[in-house]
Design a binder for this molecule. Structure first.
Ligand SMILES: [Zn+2]
Length: 361
């Protein structure tokens, strides 16, 4: 029980008495006039409400009949007051903090989006069941087939040679054959290879033709794609995009929009490109595994050089493709994870140099 000294003010008038308020743990509040006979003035279970919190002023109790109890101690705060009251008061008396939060909130968001969420979603990826990755992969390939791919026009012999090369890689690296699948597709945007979260790797007709005379380069490319799958890069991207969407939805209240985005997570995959760190990890996977096939890591540099050169000639087409929608552009940008760092981009040269500088084992 808390006993507080204060003033009891009658409803609708200026009449007031010195009084004490006894607040019981049950929420029962008893007001007694401070006279020799301790006359009972009010006794309420919990229908009273707290007055407005203003820093430096006491917090009144307002009774249903309009009477007030005003504590003598202006700093006294009723223990049952909601945290919301207290936070509001705290903020009002800490305007500097409020000002700082205007800076801190964007910083917090930035930190969440760039560090906390990637880290959390990367950790969460370990718990995503294979079936989710499988359906995401199938969904993505289905959309790509509808929007960007045509059936391969490679000869059976060309396909057989690459399939044999692929089979050799899967066997040597002891990767599960049920998971890793190679797909041939014709793709209007030239030489390319890409990895889907379920373990599907797609090679375009152009990349097969481009590397026909240099199978080691194609091995380097396939290893890079396997690297993306082994590191679960696509799943990480999807988890990260979903978590970011959720964060913003929670902060700004657009949960419905978030629901739609999460349902479309598979297609969201098509719109987000791998980060530079992911590309570097996939590159390293390729560099580290090439020697197992008695191929120098320099084959990776050869592959990149071939790819860059093959695209320099039709690079102008990529830029002048302005009649396509932004969404299609975005999909094409992320598909071109080999090409988003075209020769003008310093990263490409860096990646080529890195591969060339590795001592062959
Ligand atoms: Zn890549």
């Amino acid at each position: 029980m808390i006993n507080i000294s204060g003033t009891y003010q009658l409803a609708g008038g200026a009449e007031a008495y010195p009084a004490s308020a006894m607040l019981y743990e049950t929420g029962q509040l008893v007001i007694q006039q401070k006279t020799s006979d301790e006359k009972l003035i009010e006794s309420w279970p919990d229908e009273y409400i707290y007055g407005t919190v203003i820093p430096g002023l006491p917090v009144d109790i307002i009774f249903p009949d309009g009477a007030l109890f005003i504590p003598d101690d202006s700093s006294f705060r009723w223990p049952a007051m909601s945290n919301k009251h207290r936070l509001a008061e705290w903020l009002e008396s800490h305007w500097l903090t409020v000002l700082a939060s205007i800076v801190i909130v964007p910083l917090f968001l930035w930190g969440m989006v760039n560090y906390a969420l990637p880290a959390a979603s990367h950790a969460a990826v370990a718990f995503i069941p294979d079936s989710v990755a499988e359906s995401m992969g199938e969904q993505t390939l289905y959309i790509l087939d509808k929007t960007h791919f045509d059936p391969s026009e490679l000869s059976k012999q060309q396909q057989d040679e690459v399939t044999e090369q692929w089979q050799n890689i899967i066997t040597k690296l002891e990767l599960p054959e049920s998971k890793y699948k190679l797909h041939f597709r014709k793709f209007g945007m030239g030489a390319n290879a890409m990895a889907l979260p379920d373990g599907s790797i797609i090679v375009t007709d152009d990349i097969v033709t481009l590397m026909e005379q240099d199978p080691n380069a194609l091995t380097a490319v396939l290893l890079h794609e396997i690297g993306h799958i082994e590191h679960k890069h696509s799943l990480k991207l999807v988890a990260q995009t979903t978590a970011t969407t959720m964060l913003f939805a929670m902060m700004f209240g657009d949960i419905e929009g978030a629901g739609e985005l999460i349902l479309g997570a598979g297609t969201g995959l098509l719109q987000s490109a791998f980060s530079r760190d992911m590309e570097r990890e996939a590159d390293e996977f390729s560099h580290q595994n090439l020697p197992k096939f008695n191929i120098s890591p320099a084959a990776f540099a050869d592959a990149m050089t071939l790819l860059v050169n093959s695209h320099v000639s039709d690079h102008s087409d990529l830029d002048s493709d302005s009649n396509t929608s932004d969404a299609v552009d975005e999909i094409e940008n992320s598909l071109n994870h080999w090409l988003q760092y075209l020769s003008t981009h310093p990263d490409t040269q860096e990646r080529i140099d890195t591969a060339r500088n590795i001592e062959g084992h």
